[in-house]
Design a binder for this molecule. Structure first.
Ligand SMILES: [Zn+2]
Length: 101
């Protein structure tokens, strides 16, 4: 298992009801976000602006794989676990080729 932690920053702008909405795309550099905040405060002084930080944690986990492939059972392919792996390729009538396949 590996865990990756990323931090990014974005601007928020206050709404008339007092809530805060996202006001920019994500920025990886805090100083860049700070500069953008300054510009935003100059160009839109009628609104309140602030910087928010978002921390994202991604966890990657290896999954075990069933290495033993199911065998064909013959008959209706919809009932066969081996055919089910390729069900998008099966055309009607879907007949399983059987155990010798
Ligand atoms: Zn089959």
């Amino acid at each position: 298992m590996s865990t990756t932690r990323t931090v990014d920053y974005f601007l928020q702008v206050q709404q008339p009801d007092g809530s805060w909405e996202t006001g920019s795309g994500p920025m990886h550099d805090y100083n860049h976000a700070l500069a953008r905040l300054g510009i935003r405060r100059q160009t839109m002084p009628e609104y309140e602006h602030r910087i928010a930080q978002r921390t994202t944690v991604q966890t990657v986990t290896m999954l075990p794989i069933d290495e033993e492939a199911p065998t064909h059972i013959g008959g209706n392919a919809e009932d066969c676990p081996a055919c089910a792996r390729y069900v998008h390729n099966v055309t009607y009538p879907s007949i399983c080729p059987g155990p010798s396949a």
